[in-house]
Design a protein around this ligand. Structure first.
Ligand code: PRP
Ligand code: ZN
Length: 288
């Protein structure tokens, strides 16, 4: 035991690369991790454990790992005693019901008496009960998509993200059961080692700053001096915008950090107010 905080990350799958990218943006220097199960961070008291995503909630619950990055879909299915510390905004996907192209599923009641293959029996059973439906479940740990073509199920209930897997298997999405994204979890009990709390709070602070930056942009533009009031009202800045004088005294430069999704809503109004040379830049890190 080296006193490091142990973080579980998916070994190989949809969340692996994005999880590591987030940690790198947090300033963590990750050693070459290929094929290794445990990797230490050179400049931070953290060890990364690479595990099957399905095992992560239980390992975090039992303290094998202190924290983990995993999809909400897996957490809900495993019903482990853990707490979600932060939503991470990537790995977005939905658990859906899907049907073969040549076999429709328009009315939810069409599920009655049918066979559904899934890796998410608990979530699906719950969904069926809520909708007062009765279907037979076939539990598979992977490759659920091929069950209808093998003739072992009428429908499937599985994760869809880009939709490529469904398309390749001649399946179409139908009803949605659950929306999911990657989250950072810890056990629902406090750490006995207080130092681990300090490390967790440090990593959470870094993650939050990366996420705020990810959803923000640095907006720069020049405006006619007499449009200042109008322009400032238009900008949904996180803080009051910065206003700078230019060599041309009829103009001002205005800089502001804005939520990135608002840019396209204000751009036409900014131009109408006389703004020119509008620049929108990414931000790597943002502490508020
Ligand atoms: C899911 C699902 C599909 C794939 C769908 O697996 O089982 O295989 O993602 O993605 P797509 O719509 O982009 O093609 P998941 O990554 O959750 O991992 P698993 O291997 O643990 O089931
Ligand atoms: Zn899995």
């Amino acid at each position: 035991m080296n006193g490091n905080l142990k973080l579980a990350v998916q070994k190989k799958g949809r969340l692996t690369e994005k999880s590591l990218e987030l940690l790198k943006l947090c300033g963590l220097e990750i050693e070459n991790y290929s094929e290794r199960l445990v990797v230490s961070i050179r400049n931070f008291p953290l060890d990364i454990l690479f595990l099957r995503d399905d095992d992560i909630p239980e390992y975090v619950q039992d303290g094998v790992a202190d924290i983990g990055i995993v999809g909400e879909n897996v957490i809900l299915e495993k019903q482990a005693k853990i707490q979600i510390r932060e939503k991470l905004g990537f790995g977005k996907c939905s658990l859906i019901l899907a049907h073969p192209n040549d076999k429709g599923l328009k009315d939810i009641k069409d599920l009655n008496g049918k066979t559904i293959a899934t890796s998410y029996p608990k979530i699906l059973r719950n969904f069926l009960e809520k909708n007062m439906l009765d279907a037979k479940l076939i539990e598979l740990s992977g490759s659920v998509e091929i069950a209808p073509s093998l003739g072992i199920a009428d429908f499937i209930c599985d994760i869809v993200s880009t939709g490529n897997t469904l398309m390749m298997n001649k399946l179409k999405r139908s009803f949605k059961v659950f929306d999911s994204e990657a989250v950072l979890i810890s056990s629902d009990k406090d750490f006995t080692d207080t130092n681990k709390n300090v490390i967790l709070n440090d990593i959470l602070k870094r993650i939050r700053s990366v996420l705020t930056a990810r959803y923000s942009r640095y907006l720069m533009m020049n405006i006619p001096k007499d449009s200042l009031e109008k322009v400032v009202k238009l900008i949904p800045a996180l803080k009051s915008p910065t206003v700078l004088h230019l060599a041309d005294e009829n103009l001002l430069a205005v800089h502001a950090v804005i939520p990135s999704k608002t840019y396209w809503d204000i751009i036409d109004d900014l131009k109408a107010a006389g703004a020119s040379g509008i620049l929108l830049l990414p931000i790597e890190n943002l502490i508020q």
